[in-house]
Design a protein around this ligand. Sequence first.
Ligand SMILES: Nc1ncnc2c1ncn2[C@@H]1O[C@H](COP(=O)(O)OP(=O)(O)OP(=O)(O)O)[C@@H](O)[C@H]1O
Ligand SMILES: [Mg+2]
Length: 352
Amino acid sequence: MINTNNTLLEIRNLSVTYPTRRGEVKAVENLSLTVPAGGRLCLVGESGCGKSTVLHAILRLLRPPGRITNGELLFRGRDLRKLRAKEIQGVRGKEISMIFQDPLTTLNPVFPVGEQIRESLRLHQIIPGLSLPWPLDIIRRKQEKEIVLKAMQEVGIPSPMDRYSIYPHQFSGGMQQRALIALALVCGPALLLADEPTTSLDVTIQAQILDLMLKINQDHNTTIVMVTHDLGVAAEFCDTIAVMYAGRIVEIGPAETIVIHPHHPYTRGLLTCRPHIGEKAQQVKPIEGNVPDLTHLPPGCAFAPRCPLAQTVCEQGPVPLIQVEKNVLTRCLQPVDNRRDPSWTWDQIVRI
Ligand SMILES: Nc1ncnc2c1ncn2[C@@H]1O[C@H](COP(=O)(O)OP(=O)(O)OP(=O)(O)O)[C@@H](O)[C@H]1O
Ligand SMILES: [Mg+2]
């Protein structure tokens, strides 16, 4: 999981808050993780646990009034927090790209899709010379259009020539997502941040988009950090899973281990509440209770009020991430034997 020699992105002790009238929303608290070049990491967790906030913080695109209160965001060894506004603009889209949670709000409805992708090339001067005189300007536009058509073809948009000039609403949901991936990749970024890129799609299109992202990762060695609330999607796609709860990482490790032998009761709960084909609705066990109010977090483990294994010690003070096996860190004070007992099933311990 952690490969310090080949690290592309390292987040150290990141904390983000949204000051509100009700108090400070501690959306991300002391979060650290490392992503090697060419790696695929998924941030998984329930709604409101801070996944999007982490991605927005990396690109310094936090929704107002969000602000980073602590931490370092080291990308290729440079702290993105310390870059000036112009420098971070140069990073966005060129070195680090992002697919936002809602595809339709990213694409501008009044511009043809192909032109929107070309705009990114123009802004970052991928073909040098921003205001060349005619006819050099026409040559540059032609070269940019060729790159866009190639990108559209690569992400599986059929007949890119015809689709270059049509508008976002004329694309289906799956095609819009492909167009966004083309937009994100056209400048050849080293890191792609993808916020729930498959959530609004049906399962067949979802599988195609995951395959496409996997292909991009393999063909171009593009590092991908993806957000999802579905552990199944994460298991299929990434090599490392970081499970978040109430703004903190509660478990991080290789995808296979996290899905097959989860240590944290929350991870286990997430797995048990996934529906499986052939199961009746009653067999799906939701995790009882709700995500805590992020303005008034409990002093101990934030999951303790919902955790069937919780004991007094869990509620007394902050719980650190503890190494429980090779490359697996878990924020849980329960003895390993309790958590790994094969007779221990969520069905037995969930209070329903
Ligand atoms: N602009 C804002 N002002 C105040 N609070 C905010 C703002 N944006 C997010 N939050 C709060 O920060 C917390 C984390 O939000 P975030 O959007 O990062 O969660 P998420 O894990 O991406 O959720 P989802 O799966 O629903 O997208 C939530 O409690 C949310 O209500
Ligand atoms: Mg989100």
